[in-house]
Ligand binder design. Structure first.
Ligand SMILES: Cc1cc2nc3c(=O)[nH]c(=O)nc-3n(C[C@H](O)[C@H](O)[C@H](O)COP(=O)(O)O)c2cc1C
Length: 215
């Protein structure tokens, strides 16, 4: 199996340009790439090093289509109930960025099944669930997405499918004690990686007391 090719070796460039890539080509992603990004996921910390995660990789066309239909149904319901409505109180740059996110999220809802790979990040939370076990999945998800970026693969962290979690569980044979914490489409991006809009560090960092900023 040929080794995956790292296309972006600069760590801070990877972090700075890892963003939701929702427009993906249908071209297949070699298994070695999938294994490498899951390897990166499994390097993440977890509560008590329990590693309470499983990565369910879906490439079956019929299953992907079914998942897309559930995803789109839930997404349409969210947007119809006001989610993502244009806000009038935002600075123009942020309003523009939100608008772009909404357009790209709409695209994903209609095209999710076209992604060659869907990965469910599954948390083994156990009966009743547990916040430590449950939250340990997200550092791992971020590792996976950063590794994907370094290999030139686009990803997006999504959660909309959770409105149909029981259906997804039945389709994929996932036990009820397992939470499908995220659904990550993976594929070669149609567009270019870029920097997402974020507030400056100075605006979101306080020193020694709440609200105390340094420039
Ligand atoms: C917990 C969480 C849940 C998310 N759920 C969805 C989702 O269901 N669908 C989607 O398209 N994007 C989802 N996103 C992606 C965000 O919309 C995205 O990270 C944000 O808009 C920043 O976009 P950027 O990375 O392109 O800058 C989610 C992100 C997080 C952290």
């Amino acid at each position: 199996m040929p080794e995956p090719v790292v296309v972006e070796p600069n760590f801070f460039e990877v972090i700075g340009t890892q963003r939701a890539m929702r427009r993906l080509k249908t071209d297949p992603v070699p298994e070695a790439y999938i294994k490498r990004i899951i390897w990166a996921a499994t390097r993440a910390p977890s509560g008590g090093n329990r590693q309470g995660w499983r990565w369910l990789v879906v490439t079956d066309a019929a299953k992907k289509k079914q998942i897309q239909e559930w995803y789109e149904e839930a997404w349409t319901r969210y947007t119809a109930s006001g989610y993502g409505n244009a806000r009038t109180d935002l600075p123009p740059e942020e309003a523009k960025s939100n608008d772009a996110v909404l357009k790209s999220a709409n695209y994903l809802a209609a095209h999710l099944h076209e992604a060659p790979v869907l990965i469910f990040a599954c948390a083994l939370t156990g009966p009743g669930g547990d916040i430590t076990a449950g939250s340990s999945i997200y550092p791992a998800v971020q590792n996976l997405m950063l590794a994907a970026r370094a290999l030139g693969l686009g990803t997006a962290l999504t959660t909309v499918h959770r409105a149909h979690q029981d259906d997804v569980r039945k389709l994929l044979g996932i036990p009820e004690t397992v939470e499908t914490a995220a659904l990550i489409p993976v594929g070669w991006p149609k567009g270019k990686f870029g920097t997402g809009l974020r507030r400056p560090v100075e605006d979101v960092t306080y020193w020694d007391a709440w609200g105390a900023k340094r420039q």
